[in-house]
Design a protein. Sequence first.
Length: 115
Amino acid sequence: VQLVESGGGLVQPGGSLSLSCAASGFTFSSAGMSWYRQAPGKERDLVASIGSGGGGTNYADSVKGRFTISRDNAVNTVYLQMNSLKPEDTAVYYCRAATWFGSRWGQGTQVTVSS
């Protein structure tokens, strides 16, 4: 099982970033997928989740209306579109797969929102 995040970087407040998580080694279309984030000194928190078929999306209150989670089961990838970014969105963002054999995590990608 492998989850590889990409798309992080440095962006100014109000800017946008799009994260991707490429999955392999399991039946992606059967797995619920989610994005988490962890800021320095803080716990890892759920940002957004999506059901195996693309429905059932949920968002943390802090990102509702700004972030959008989506997936493409044809290419085994889940995405997180982040708009109107704020300094408090700065964190390492992790992709998580919920499979029948347990949860699997990616290595994370750093997102820094700063002027």
